[in-house]
Design a protein around this ligand. Structure first.
Ligand code: PEP
Ligand code: MG
Length: 575
């Protein structure tokens, strides 16, 4: 059946491919009672699903490419064993019979029991096997839902697949960096959630906030993800498909053309230089940064090094990661942000514990100051790496003078610890702060007096100014970068910093939005940091900007209190 869903585009481009459902078994299994007379049929349905899951695994085994890693075969084998074990293939039959419950629910109940047993285990390897049980159960659930026995994606075919999920965490997304999926769509999520930010860095079209996609789409459905308009077309007819194939080619050609700008110096029409930096999550992102011709790394979100692992990276491992990036950038600046854990950036083990309101809780610098040993280890790792290039330290989510003072004294302490051991570091390393809490933007002199540079985190600044959870699609329509209060805080920060001679950058998502480049230039911004994928489109915008025209129009936008007029002026600014 052909239909269209509307969501929020978080990563541009068009992709056409087949749906690959990623599910969370607990969340999605339906629960209903079955009549006595249907028990046998329900058991039969369950057995058939188990048999189908077995066939799929066997087929998958037969398709393993010669060059696939050894663990691939071992993993399939383990799943076959789990599937054959009576605790999964027999016990749910009893539940169906005794409790007259549907097969899905019986299976998930049994899964919960097994997972709880695994969680009790001492051995960390065995404890982790709970994930395999969940994956096997998801496979059987898919078979119960009538999916067409499709085998798992093999790496070579991944680019034709579009991941469809109810939700994905930033940690899930970072795992996708190892894959080459064609796109992804989710039911929930906000446009500047970290999930969306990582999606953007993958350079694959992505939509969030589709609400019912996971339930309405079946495995293998043909999908068009239009990351330009925020539209998902399911099972398109041939005319629509043809039209989108054309648009996809055009978009590809435009991106190809942008590559020619890689070594063009970034400056406005009157020759004013504008620095363009890249944001990264992991050292492996550096290849794309080099490809984009970025002048440096403006934001290294180091908390992503801490995700998807049981044992957190220690000082030496962090040192290697920071040094790799500094070396690769060959003397160009690398701004390393200290840990910004908390809110939607959770980690499996350690890290901030559950809080009533995580975005307002012990997050980022607050957490680091509460965990001085963790913070000191990171600071030492950064300092040690600072001899390999031009590293700067950036402190997230500052609001109070004492947070800055305490952090600076920790930097001093870390330096002293290295000196005591005779370890070298860059003695003139700069320390800057993120302006992402409205209080910080309003109390700027307090920051400028203490810090070497500022970086405006528009994602959080908008979230905290408008009291909008940036990860919550239910309020996504209220997340407005053009709200006069937001624009005032941004313009005021840029102008005050420029007047006081403190370097200032924007490293939130607004920096990578071509429709806002001229406005920010007009406010006086000369340093933008964004994902490498967005950099050349921003450069193109900079190259075509006449500052003498942009400045007065940007000031008019600031004076405007009518949102409709603001948008009109923005259209004029961009024309
Ligand atoms: C921001 O808040 O704008 C920012 C750059 O930090 P993050 O998105 O990692 O919270
Ligand atoms: Mg932030």
């Amino acid at each position: 059946m052909n239909f269209v869903l509307h969501g929020v585009a978080v990563s541009a481009g068009i992709t056409i491919g087949h749906a690959h459902l990623v599910s969370s078994a607990r969340l999605e299994a339906a629960h209903y009672e079955i009549p006595e007379a249907s028990i046998q049929a329900e058991i039969f349905r369950f057995d058939a699903a188990i048999a189908r899951a077995k066939q799929e695994l066997a087929a998958l085994e037969g398709q393993i490419p010669d060059d696939a890693p050894g663990e691939f075969a071992a993993f399939i084998n383990l799943h076959r064993m789990i599937l054959e074990d009576s605790s999964l293939s027999q016990a749910p039959r009893e539940l169906i019979r005794e409790r007259r419950t549907n097969a899905e629910w019986a299976l998930v109940q049994q899964m919960e029991k097994l997972v709880a047993q695994f969680e009790e285990m001492e051995d960390p390897y065995l404890r982790e096997r709970r994930q395999d049980i969940e994956q096997v159960v998801e496979r059987v659930l898919k078979a119960l839902a009538g999916a067409q026995g499709k085998s798992e994606p093999l790496p070579s075919a991944e680019h034709n697949l579009i991941v469809v999920a109810h939700d994905l965490s930033p940690a899930d997304m970072i795992l996708f960096k190892r894959h080459k999926f064609g796109g992804f769509v989710t039911d929930v999520g906000g446009v500047t959630s970290h999930t969306a930010i990582v999606a953007r860095s993958l350079n694959i079209p992505a939509l969030v906030g589709l609400h019912h996609a996971r339930h309405m789409i079946r495995e293998n459905d043909l999908l068009i993800v239009d990351g330009l308009q925020g539209v998902l077309v399911v099972d398109p007819d041939p005319v629509v498909l043809g039209e989108y194939r054309l648009r996809q080619t055009q978009h590809g050609l435009e991106r190809q053309k942008l590559k020619r700008l890689k070594s063009t110096p970034s400056a406005t029409l009157d020759g004013t230089p504008v620095e363009l930096f890249a944001n990264i999550e992991l050292p492996q992102d550096i290849g794309e940064v080099q490809e984009s011709g970025a002048q440096g790394v403006g934001l290294f979100r180091t908390e992503f090094l801490f995700m998807n692992r049981k044992v957190l990276p220690g000082e030496d491992e962090q040192f290697e990661a920071y040094r790799t990036v500094a070396k690769a950038m060959e003397g160009r600046p690398v701004v390393i942000r200290t840990l910004d854990l908390g809110a939607d950036k959770a980690i499996a083990e350690g890290g901030p514990v559950e809080m009533p309101n995580p975005a307002l809780g012990l997050r980022a610098i607050r957490y680091c100051l509460a965990e001085p040993q963790l913070f000191l280890a990171q600071l030492r790792a950064i300092l040690r790496a600072s001899t390999a290039g031009k590293i700067k330290i950036l402190l997230p989510m500052l609001a109070h003078a004492h947070e800055i003072d305490q952090s600076l004294s920790m930097v001093k302490q870390a330096k002293q610890q290295l000196e005591d051991k005779g370890i070298a570091y860059d003695k003139s390393i700069e320390v800057g702060g993120m302006i992402e809490v409205p209080a910080a933007a309003l109390a700027l002199p307090m920051f400028m007096r203490r810090l070497d540079f500022l970086s405006i985190g528009t994602n959080d600044l908008i979230q905290y100014t408008l009291a909008i959870d940036r990860t919550d699609d239910a309020v996504a329509h209220l997340y407005d970068p053009l709200h006069p209060a937001v624009l005032h805080l941004i313009a005021h920060t840029i102008q005050a910093a420029n007047r006081g001679g403190t370097p200032v950058a924007v490293c939130g998502e607004m920096a990578g939005e071509p429709g806002l480049t001229r406005l920010l230039l007009g406010f006086g911004l000369r340093n933008f940091s964004m994902h490498a994928q967005q950099l050349l489109a921003i450069k193109e915008r900079v190259l075509r900007t006449n500052l003498a025209e942009a400045q007065p129009l940007a000031q008019r936008v600031l004076r405007q209190s009518d949102p409709a007029k603001t948008r009109e002026l923005l259209v004029k600014l961009n024309s």
